[in-house]
Write a protein that binds this ligand. Structure first.
Ligand code: SAH
Ligand code: SF4
Length: 382
């Protein structure tokens, strides 16, 4: 009879967990910091490359541990500099990660689940249904992969990734523990050293978990509002039937005041033609948010096949923005980036099946090209 041991994946371990791990194998705790720097600062997954670790310990680690990120299926680079990775997670599903450069800022949009159970009516991820929660290693692994693609650098050096938003696929608060661990790693100097103001969790409104979040971490919060009243929000964001607006906004206010410093909530509002884009909706929204320090990010709807929704005209978008602006709000309109690689918000995974099939072709191309010493991952310039 053969016994197989499951190796511990060190990629998703927080500093505390890593120290515990080294304790448990009879090694000094300071090894945690050494190994974490190799993994996160330098993108190393081979213990033999960890040259300040003794040969004996490297051999021991090789036998019981591994550093394994999700499998990269494809990497696309848009003509505007946006990048998109499709990665396969343990459940076999694919999720997407998007990098958006904008001036000095580089924002990585990270997925937390394969699919989503919450079924917001205008979201292609929701239309897929729920498949699986990502592990902490799979969540932080997306940052690890992206960072490596820019030539991993220590947190103290100018980095390509300055901000992370949990706005990819899935509802991050429904994969709480893994997302919280991964966000700790994003902020830890032994991880990616990103300031807590620049790590943002976006939620559609899982009220009890917003309260829970404040006990664990102090990242920035974004709320996907999308409607200024319960009747409309019940239709667009079904979880609203369980946690209606009053309850939701109170929990956001509690979270923001738990941060103990002046920070504002981000309100995300996807504009859907003739559904929630009228002046009267803006007026109602102003009234709803009047006591909440916030900035507003309008997201013109990104269409996907059979969605049944349309993007409002530029005039309608501007009218809506002006209305909020006149009431004193800081309002931005999210521009669509990476359109040529289907990287827009809310379109993620809509194309994954096609993409996966296409990716099989890319893998074949990669193998064909291996002799030419091309990069390991097929990079498709479109
Ligand atoms: N589940 C989380 C985070 C992921 S979605 C949440 O709902 O907040 C990130 C943002 O994109 C959310 O505000 C979401 O409502 C919005 N979104 C989803 N589908 C969209 C689409 N087709 N067009 C524009 N925005 C969309
Ligand atoms: Fe899930 Fe967010 Fe999409 Fe709603 S908008 S279905 S919560 S991923």
């Amino acid at each position: 009879m053969t016994t197989s041991t499951v190796k511990t994946n060190l990629l998703g371990l927080t500093q505390q967990e890593m120290e515990k791990f080294f304790d448990s194998i009879g090694e000094k705790r300071f090894r945690a910091g050494q190994v974490m720097k190799w993994i996160h600062h330098f993108g190393v997954d081979d213990f033999d490359a960890m040259t300040n670790v003794s040969k004996a310990l490297r051999d021991k680690l090789k036998a019981i541990a591994e550093v394994r990120g999700p499998e990269v299926v494809s990497e696309d680079i848009s003509s505007d500099g946006t990048r998109k990775w499709v990665v396969r997670v343990a459940s076999g599903s694919c999720v997407e990660t998007v990098y958006i450069p904008q001036g000095k800022r580089g924002t990585l949009c990270v997925s937390s689940q394969a699919g989503c159970a919450l079924d917001c009516s205008f979201c292609s991820t929701g239309k897929q249904g729920f498949n699986s929660n990502l592990t902490a290693a799979e969540v932080i692994g997306q940052v690890w992969i992206a960072n490596k693609s820019f030539g991993s650098v220590p947190a103290t050096v100018d980095r390509a990734i300055t901000n992370v938003v949990m706005m990819g696929m899935g509802e991050p608060l429904l994969n709480f523990d893994n997302v919280v661990s991964a966000m700790h790693l994003m902020m830890d100097d032994l991880g990616y050293g990103i300031s807590k103001r620049r790590v943002t969790l976006s939620t559609s409104g899982v009220v009890p978990m917003i309260d829970e979040l404040s006990k664990h971490i102090d990242v920035s919060l974004a709320l996907s509002l999308h409607a200024p009243n319960d009747a409309l929000r019940n239709q667009l964001v079904p979880i609203n039937k369980k946690y209606p607006l009053k309850m939701l906004l109170e929990s956001c206010q509690r979270y923001m005041s738990s941060l103990g410093e002046k920070r504002v909530l981000t309100i995300e509002y996807t504009l859907l033609k003739d559904i929630n884009d009228k002046v009267e909706h803006a007026v109602e929204m102003i009234e709803l948010l009047k006591n909440i320090p916030c900035k507003i990010n309008l997201i013109p709807f990104n269409p996907f096949p059979h969605s049944g929704y349309e993007r409002p005209s530029n005039n309608a978008i501007r009218r809506f923005q002006d209305q909020l602006h006149q009431a004193g709000y800081n309002v931005t309109v999210r521009t669509t980036r990476g359109e040529d690689i289907d990287a827009a918000c809310g379109q993620l995974v809509g194309q994954v099946m096609d993409r996966t099939r296409r990716s099989e072709r890319y893998i074949a191309v990669r193998e064909l090209n291996a002799a030419d010493d091309l990069p390991q991952i097929a990079v498709n310039r479109i």
